[in-house]
Design a protein around this ligand. Structure first.
Ligand SMILES: [Zn+2]
Length: 95
């Protein structure tokens, strides 16, 4: 695993979420799934996370489609960091 790339991504996510991301929980929310709209630049992307940690969070951005399974895009990291209910899931990308 490329830990430098992972750590850079994590740091960027933390900086971005503090600065400018607008995260709203306005998607389809069910008892086991949460959806968020994440807007950083011009486009908004949808991040989907499982409440029970049964699946890794996913994102609709082009970056997420290109990443390997052990890396999260910055939208996913931003959501996981911003939502107390999901913060533990950051571990998925560190273990
Ligand atoms: Zn993304």
């Amino acid at each position: 695993m490329d830990t430098t790339a992972r750590n850079t991504r994590m740091r960027r996510a933390v900086q971005d979420v503090a600065r400018r991301y607008q995260i709203s929980r306005d998607g389809e929310n069910t008892s086991d799934r949460l959806q968020f709209s994440v807007k950083g630049g011009e486009k908004a992307y949808t991040v989907t996370a499982s409440r029970d940690w049964s699946a890794r969070a996913t994102c609709t951005c082009p970056d997420a489609a290109k990443l390997s399974a052990d890396l999260a895009c910055k939208h996913v990291m931003a959501v996981l960091l911003a939502e107390p209910e999901l913060q533990c899931q950051c571990l998925d990308f560190y273990l």
